[in-house]
Design a protein around this ligand. Structure first.
Ligand SMILES: [Zn+2]
Length: 443
């Protein structure tokens, strides 16, 4: 055996060892990062799946884990799947005397519904929405269940009407994806036609999305190599070349040209918005409106940021919402959480502040955004899940565990701060609506 041949054999053995070691490291990483409990049942993306989720495994409240500031337990308000959450929501509404339950079917001949609780009061309006970004709905759903518990046996006389909108994007929530059944980001899609026409005709690369589309939208099925080597390296590379803030800016500004891409804003107003827009007609004359839209994914883990469009919320938040850790104007792209949003349009807020006809109406439409993991982990999960959704639908349930864990941190501490801050903020918004209504009526 000559020396060159020996060298070749040594190289081959080294390569084999490196490959085996890489596979072991990737598997270890994968087990480490996906350790939040059970996996998602393998639900087909099409066809009837209403029987796949059993509601038998509801967690039982552990009364020893009472959250002192609100006197409620936390874990039992959280669900492991959309149908479990919806079933709990409907049960909780049925326990409140006089409460109405409205169900809107989002996808015909399917079991994806938006459920709405109406607890009628005599003045003002407080609206609370969960799950516009699908997978983010588990936090908002839990807050709504806790609120319903707090509202039991309470008189509504002199109180605002409370409307809890559960699972605004039920398909996304059921399949642990941020986007809806048409791959549309509902919080980039909430625009009346005239506004939409302007935004859709703007340069799709206005914030640099198209320059990065190959990194955001690989057109093939995802792999563990993507998850643990290619994507992290790609993010490090682009962060150095472009800067992390610019990547966020490019991503969240969204795009209206690639229906398979992440952050796609759609080409028309989506069904969820149309249904809620029409349904809300009954409240269009309300004057003192507080609206909270719950999201997760940005900020320090478990900490909430109040995002708004400046204006009266910015001026008066110390009066109405004491204790909110951070208040940021996202329409100006201010702050660590609201930064990068200055070119983003189609927020739910933009559409629904136009719903209330009265010129004197005082509306606070606010996003309560809870932090989860780092921005890189969140972006990585979104890219991988979207690859699977488009190019390997049979594997989507597996890759959806990445988005679930990036937007829904299933630790006791995180859940506790969601319930704690979620309930306190919602009750402040109810109180603000009550007092503002009184002031407007001069009583
Ligand atoms: Zn969101």
């Amino acid at each position: 055996m000559n020396i060159t041949r020996k060298k070749v054999i040594v190289y081959i053995i080294m390569v084999i060892i490196i490959v085996i070691l890489s596979i072991i490291i990737i598997k270890l990483f994968n087990n480490y990062f996906n350790n939040h409990g059970q996996n998602i049942p393998n639900m087909p993306l099409k066809g009837d799946r209403s029987n796949i989720y059993s509601c038998e495994n509801y967690k039982v409240c552990n009364q020893n884990d009472i959250i002192p500031s609100i006197g409620l337990p936390c874990d039992c308000y959280f669900s492991e799947g959309y149908w479990e959450a919806r079933s709990k929501f409907r049960t909780a509404v049925s326990k409140i005397e006089g409460a109405e339950l409205h169900t809107l079917i989002v996808i015909p001949n399917s079991d994806y519904t938006i459920d709405i609780a109406v607890i009628n009061g005599t003045m003002g309006l407080m609206v609370h929405t969960s799950g516009i970004h699908g997978v983010e709905g588990y936090a908002g759903s839990a807050i709504q269940l806790a609120l319903l518990d707090r509202l039991q046996n309470k008189s509504r006389n002199g109180q605002p009407t409370i409307v809890l909108i559960h699972a605004y994007n039920p398909f996304g929530m059921a399949h642990f994806r941020r986007w809806n059944e048409n791959n549309v980001d509902l919080n980039r899609n909430a625009m009346l036609k005239s506004d939409g026409d302007i935004i859709r005709s703007r340069d799709p690369n206005i914030a640099g999305y198209m320059d990065l589309t190959n990194a955001f939208n690989p057109s093939r099925k995802p792999s563990l190599y993507d998850a643990y080597i290619r994507l992290p390296l790609s993010m490090i590379y682009h962060s150095i070349i472009n800067g992390s803030d610019n990547i966020k800016h490019a991503m969240v500004a969204a795009q209206y040209v690639d229906p398979k891409g992440i952050f796609y804003g759609g080409d028309r107003l989506e069904k969820s918005h149309v249904l809620i827009w029409n349904w809300m007609d009954r409240f269009a004359n309300k004057q003192a409106v507080s609206w909270i839209d719950v999201h997760t994914g940005l900020g320090n883990s478990g900490e909430d940021t109040l995002l708004c469009d400046g204006g009266d919320v910015m001026k008066t938040h110390t009066r109405w919402y004491p204790g909110v850790p951070k208040v940021q104007n996202e329409t100006k792209g201010e702050g660590d959480v609201g930064g990068g949003y200055e070119l983003t349009r189609g927020f739910n807020r933009e559409l629904f502040t136009q719903k209330f006809r009265n010129k004197n109406a005082k509306i606070h439409h606010m996003t309560q955004e809870f932090g989860t993991l780092s921005g890189h982990m969140v972006a990585r999960a979104l890219i991988l899940e979207n690859q699977a959704y488009n190019y390997a639908p049979n594997e989507q349930a597996y890759w959806a565990t990445f988005t679930r864990d990036a937007f829904y941190v299933r630790t006791p501490e995180w859940k506790q701060s969601i319930i704690d801050r979620g309930v306190i903020f919602a009750e402040q918004a109810i109180e603000r609506s009550r007092i503002t209504s009184k002031e407007l009526n001069g009583s």
